[in-house]
Design a protein around this ligand. Structure first.
Ligand code: NAP
Ligand code: ZN
Length: 349
C-alpha cells in the first residue's frame, strides 16, 4: 500500500513530502493508521546523519499513536478500532536472553522503527512521519488514555519510556532524591514520572526561563546548572541523576552531586563524545556512570498504564506536517514546551 509520508533525501536536505510503501499485514501483524507522531531529538540526529549510517530517503518518527485498521490471522491481543502505540522497536530476535527478559531494546537483533534493515521496501525501516505502519503484534502497545488525549500520549512512546526505564531500574520513589538534567522532551517526562513515583525531584536547566515551568511539571527544586553556587548546594546528595542533554558537556559537574553509591545515567546521545570524566569523582564515593536505552516492551506497557492511571501525558505543541523543518530548528534552540507532535492527518497531499 502506498501512503503519504514526510522525510529527507540527504543529510543536508530539509524534510519534504514523500510516498512510501507499507507491506500488507502478515499473520502476526497489526496495521495501524497513525493519528499522531512525536518529534524526538533522535529524529533530527538521524535525519542529519549525525550518528552516521543514515539511509535515504529517511522517514523518522518513533512516537507513534493511532488506531488498528487490520489484524493478521494469528493476532490475539488487538482488534480493529483499538487505540495503540508503537515506539522505537518494531522487531527483535524474540529468543535471546534480552528478549526473554522483555528487554528487546538490548537485543542484538533489535530493529528500530527507522533506519534498520528490513525485507520491506526500500530495505530499511521507515518511521512514523507517515499515514500508516505495519508491525508485529509483540511491538504494539495498548493505549488506555481517553481518546482526546491521544496526541499528548505519543511522546510517552519514546520520551516517556526512556526516562521511566532508568527511574524504575534505579528504584526512584519515596525517600529518593532524583535529578533530571535538561528540560526538553525527555527531561520534562522524567520530571513528571519521577514526581509521580514519589521521589524528591530536582530539575537542572541551562535556561533560567524554564524555572517556573519546571516547578509546574513537578520539580521540587530547580537549579540553573551554570550557577556554581546553586550547584554546590546539592553536592553529594543525589541517589540518581538522569542526564538527557543532547550535546557534549561537563559530566563532572553532575557526578560530584551524587552521594555514595549514587548513579548518573546518560540517556542523551550527542553526536560527538563527552570529555572523559575525572575518575576520582567515581572512585571516591563508589559512584556509577551509566547509560540506558529506551525500554523493553513490557515496561513500555507498564509505563503507559501507569500514566493512564495517574492522568500523565506529555506537554505538546501540535503541528502540521509542513512545519516539521521549522520545528527541528526550534527544538535545536530549546524553543519547545516540551514536545512537538505531528498531526498525521496533515500528511495527505
Ligand atoms: P530536546 O527536546 O532537544 O531536549 C534536550 C535538552 O537538553 C534541551 O531542552 C536543553 O534543556 C538541554 N540542552 C540542549 N543542548 C544543551 C547544551 N549544549 N548544554 C546543556 N544543555 C543542553 O531533546 P530530547 O528529545 O529530549 O532528546 C535528548 C537526547 O536524548 C537526544 O540526544 C536524543 O537523541 C537522546 N535520546 C536518547 C534515547 C535513549 O534511548 N537513550 C531516547 C530518546 C532520545 P535546558 O534548556 O533545560 O538546558
Ligand atoms: Zn526518541
Amino acid at each position: 500500500m502506498q501512503v503519504f509520508a514526510y522525510g529527507a533525501h540527504a543529510a543536508d536536505k530539509p524534510l519534504e513530502p514523500l510516498r512510501i510503501t507499507r507491506r500488507s499485514p502478515g499473520a502476526e501483524d497489526v496495521q495501524i493508521e497513525i493519528a499522531y507522531c512525536g518529534i524526538c531529538h533522535s529524529d533530527l540526529h538521524q535525519v542529519r546523519s549525525e550518528w552516521e549510517g543514515t539511509q535515504y530517503p529517511c522517514v523518522p518518527g518513533h512516537e507513534i499513536v493511532g488506531r488498528v485498521t487490520a489484524t493478521g490471522a494469528n493476532v490475539t491481543g488487538f482488534s480493529v478500532g483499538d487505540l495503540v502505540g508503537v515506539g522505537c522497536i518494531v522487531d527483535s530476535c524474540k529468543h535471546c536472553e534480552e528478549c526473554d527478559a522483555g528487554l528487546e531494546n538490548y537485543c542484538d537483533g533489535m530493529i528500530g522503527t527507522y533506519n534498520f534493515p528490513t525485507p520491506d521496501a526500500p530495505g530499511w525501516t521507515l518511521g512514523g512521519y507517515s499515514q500508516s505502519i505495519v508491525v508485529n503484534q509483540r511491538y504494539a502497545l495498548r493505549i488506555r488514555h481517553p481518546e482526546d488525549q491521544l496526541a499528548a500520549v505519543a511522546p510517552l512512546l519514546c520520551a516517556g519510556i526512556t526516562t521511566w526505564s532508568p527511574l524504575r531500574h534505579w528504584s526512584a520513589g519515596p525517600g529518593k532524591k532524583v535529578g533530571v538534567v535538561g528540560i526538553g522532551g525527555l527531561g520534562h517526562m522524567g520530571i513528571k514520572l519521577a514526581h509521580a513515583l514519589g521521589a524528591h525531584v530536582v530539575a537542572f536547566t541551562t535556561s533560567e526561563s524554564k524555572r517556573e515551568a519546571a516547578r509546574a511539571l513537578g520539580a521540587d527544586e530547580v537549579v540553573v546548572s551554570s550557577d556554581a553556587q546553586q550547584m554546590a548546594a546539592h553536592l553529594k546528595s543525589f541517589d540518581l541523576i538522569i542526564n538527557t542533554v543532547a550535546a557534549p558537556h561537563d559530566l563532572d559537574a553532575f557526578l560530584v552531586l551524587l552521594k555514595r553509591d549514587g548513579a548518573m545515567t546518560l540517556v542523551g546521545a550527542p553526536a560527538s563524545p563527552h570529555a572523559a570524566p575525572n575518575v576520582f569523582n567515581l572512585i571516591m564515593k563508589r559512584r556509577t556512570l551509566a547509560g540506558s536505552m529506551i525500554g523493553g516492551i513490557p515496561e513500555t506497557q507498564e509505563m503507559l498504564d501507569f500514566c493512564a492511571e495517574h492522568g500523565i501525558v506529555s506537554d505538546i505543541e501540535l503541528i502540521r506536517a509542513e512545519h516539521i523543518n521549522e520545528a527541528y530548528e526550534r527544538m535545536l534552540k530549546g524553543d519547545v514546551k516540551y514536545r512537538f507532535v505531528i498531526d498525521n492527518a496533515t500528511l495527505a497531499q
